[in-house]
Design a protein around this ligand. Structure first.
Ligand code: SF4
Length: 384
């Protein structure tokens, strides 16, 4: 069914089982209802985009051609299905784009965690429950609410899970603009939010796209610890700490390791420095509140988790997908960047004979880095 004009709306059964016409709001009225239902479901903003992503398609093609996606081969794999919604879901005519704020604590607490080299810094989006599940469930309810009102319609829900250009779609839907750090920014809400989409076969009136307000600011480019924003609006994933600690499966390039500091899962620096986040609101969503004290956990404590504990404590969290080896790899680097105290060194020595070559190599690097910090050579594991 395609929602275009009242005469094309479906017929749905009435309460007594007889066929009765569905409600027939005009498209603009339906969008108004979708916004209201979305807000009731906990989305802070709902917008509508059409399916023309030709500008974003060109930007993506250049980014891929330059190899800036690193080992994220899936970014190149789906060709035009990523930038042409109707190629991914035939019949798609509009995209409902939603925003859900997630920041669980004020920026001051993030600065404090980053400033303490013995504390593990985890990107704030990952402290709570896996957002994919939370948003997908709410989007499915929003789609069901629409169907209850107009009758069945063709749609598919996405949350960062398929070849979807969610940020360009959100910009087109008026949810904000893509900043020079490549994240979406809303002028009042900042950028600490998740996005989700409903591709649908309804012809809904699109919102006005968000306008760029970065101006001459370069703060995110200057602050990036690894200089990953190689030009305004261009991020080299191969240098980006989020990519290196989450997506990248192999060894972290040695030259970049000291620059990671205590960031063990993702990085928020470019968002934290952004002036548009100065007044960003915190979320009261229970699912996004920190679990297991991950907002203030020490590097040594997290490095001590064995695989069973890692799996248990990251159940229902997006962190789980990196697996225990990458978790230890990242923590080893952070410990190598920590103050060279006896407890830090002991924690690393305890993992020196870990069965994973990946972990062992990063532990050895960390011990050498600590030794260099105190001006000596690393000592051998006393247990060997
Ligand atoms: S820090 Fe400045 S340049 Fe970067 S996204 Fe924010 S406003 Fe734009």
């Amino acid at each position: 069914m395609v929602y275009q004009a009242p005469h094309s709306l479906p017929v749905r059964p009435s309460d007594d089982g007889a066929a009765a016409p569905a409600s027939r709001p005009d498209p603009a009225a339906l969008v108004g209802l979708i916004r209201t239902w979305g807000q009731v479901l906990g989305f802070q903003q709902v917008g509508i985009a059409d399916c023309d992503l030709s500008q974003a398609e060109t930007h993506l093609a250049h980014w891929l051609a330059a190899g800036l996606h690193g080992e994220m081969a899936y970014m190149a794999r789906h060709g035009e299905r990523r930038s042409r919604p109707a190629a991914l879901v035939p019949g798609t005519r509009s995209v409902i784009s939603v925003r859900m704020d997630y920041l669980p604590e004020p920026p001051a607490a993030m600065h404090a965690a980053l400033a303490d080299p013995t504390t593990a810094f985890i990107s704030r989006y990952a402290l709570g429950r896996d957002y994919h599940k939370v948003l997908r469930r709410r989007l499915a309810r929003l789609a069901a609410r629409i169907a209850a009102h107009i009758g069945p319609f063709g749609h598919r829900v996405f949350v960062d899970s398929a070849p979807v250009l969610e940020k360009p779609l959100a910009q087109k839907a008026g949810l904000g603009w893509i900043g020079k750090h490549s994240n979406l920014i809303h002028p009042r809400a900042g950028s600490f939010f998740f996005l989700g989409e409903i591709y649908c076969d309804l012809a809904l009136p699109p919102d006005a796209p968000g306008r760029d307000h970065c101006g001459r600011c370069q703060a995110c480019i200057a602050i990036c610890p690894t200089a990953a924003i190689v030009a305004p609006y261009v991020v080299d994933a191969r240098r980006c700490i989020s990519y290196l600690t989450i997506e990248h499966p192999g060894p972290i390039p040695a030259a970049l390791r000291p620059l990671l500091g205590n960031r063990i899962y993702g990085c928020d620096d470019c968002q934290l420095v952004c002036p548009w986040n100065r007044h960003g609101r915190t979320s009261t969503e229970p699912d996004f509140q920190p679990r297991h004290g991950l907002d203030t956990a020490s590097l040594i404590a997290l490095f001590g988790w064995d695989e069973a504990e890692f799996l248990a404590r990251t159940e229902g969290s997006s962190i789980r997908r990196i697996g225990h080896q990458r978790w230890l790899r990242n923590l080893a680097v952070a410990l190598g960047n920590a103050p060279p105290t006896p407890p830090v060194r002991s924690a690393l020595l305890a993992r020196q004979r870990h069965p994973s070559e990946l972990v062992r190599e990063h532990v050895d690097w960390a011990l050498r880095h600590l030794a260099a910090a105190v001006g000596g050579a690393p000592r051998a594991d006393p247990s060997v």
